[in-house]
Design a binder for this molecule. Structure first.
Ligand code: SF4
Length: 340
């Protein structure tokens, strides 16, 4: 479908609210009427068959967020708007029926694939919680939740109830322990020590936790010392599984991320442009080196699984010495501020 600014896809246009529901912290919220919160995932490259994204857009503001392109289908072509104009989905009349079908088939549901289900709006809107309440009424659900948000702890009771009759795991996304760097990369996500505490409390409550070490950012978060410390800290907090993948850079995230890099770390721009020229994934020796490194560190710290997940197909192998031996970035002292 050709993307035209200001022209939403015909399937979305009649469902998009025109009125602002709220404006908070520089983010405007509008309604998106949904028939079902659960959507079929048609690609077999993903380890799940259904996705649930209670919001469209995400106020966490991650500079590398791959999902920014999803706003284009609504005619919103400025990638930064993904973080400042968030659509809040209605619960959807068909959600219960689709959920029952997914459970009957024994298929896996991924909650939070293109937006964080515990972003700030969830505190008031409660869509994620209502979905989990529906899940808790079933037996034998296969559910994975991905989040950076500390608000997931609000739903501990539900996660425990679900875990007693179904399979549920929480992927806590954290890419570095360097608080200042994380603040610059993910301005509205909680700082690393808060996410480690989330891992600690979830696992202490018996919820299975996986560290989501994705994306690994070339030259910024790919140094062995930093990855070693992160995998060690997350394991000490209770994570027993971890997945990792290297930055996926497609338009319009590519332009947005490179603009940010130019402002914050201009010395890496040229290397990124060369490395990602004509490709969205890095391949070759760089990718192999990162995979081998993460696998070794995972074994060192006693993680159970051995996955280094790649969503989608890696690009063709090519010699990439650009990021080999890139200097470790030294960030300022950790901030203790709990962000929204
Ligand atoms: S939390 Fe996830 S969905 Fe939200 S901005 Fe960050 S990467 Fe994107």
């Amino acid at each position: 479908m050709a993307i035209v600014a200001g022209v939403p896809a015909p399937s979305l246009a009649p469902r998009m609210g025109q009125e602002d529901l709220a404006e908070k912290g520089g983010v405007t919220y509008r309604e998106l009427r949904a028939r079902s919160l659960i959507n079929r995932c048609s690609t077999d490259r993903m380890p799940f068959q259904w996705t649930v994204n209670p919001y469209r857009g995400c106020a966490m503001g991650c500079r590398y967020c791959y999902a920014a392109y999803t706003h284009e289908f609504m005619g919103i072509v400025t990638p930064e708007s993904f973080h400042t104009l968030v659509y809040v989905k209605s619960d959807g009349d068909d959600t219960e029926g689709v959920l029952a079908r997914a459970v009957r088939r024994g298929e896996t549901i991924a909650l939070g694939t293109a937006t964080d289900p515990y972003q700030p709006a969830e505190r008031e809107r409660g869509i994620t919680r209502r979905f989990l309440e529906a899940v808790a009424r079933h037996r034998g659900v296969r559910l994975g939740i991905t989040t950076k948000g500390a608000l997931v702890l609000r739903d501990l009771d539900l996660l425990q109830r679900i875990g007693a009759r179904s399979s549920v795991s929480v992927n806590v996304s954290l890419i570095s322990l360097q608080a200042e760097l994380v603040r610059r990369l993910e301005p509205w996500a909680p700082p690393p020590e808060v996410r480690l505490e989330v891992i600690r409390r979830l696992s202490a409550a018996g919820v299975r936790v996986r560290l989501g070490l994705a994306p690994i950012l070339p030259a910024l978060t790919d140094d062995e010392k930093g990855l070693d410390a992160l995998l060690g800290a997350a394991h000490a907090a209770g994570a027993r599984m971890a997945f990792a993948n290297v930055l996926f850079l497609r338009s319009p995230t590519r332009e947005k991320y490179l603009r940010w890099l130019q402002a914050e770390f201009p010395r890496y721009v040229e290397a990124y442009e060369r490395a990602y020229q004509g490709r969205v994934y890095l391949g070759g020796p760089y990718r192999e080196r990162i995979h081998a490194l993460v696998s070794r560190l995972r074994r060192k710290h006693g993680y159970r699984d051995a996955e280094t997940r790649e969503y989608g197909r890696p690009g063709p192998a090519r010699q990439l010495e650009l990021f080999e031996g890139a200097p470790v970035l030294r960030a300022a002292a950790p901030s203790r501020t709990m962000r929204r």
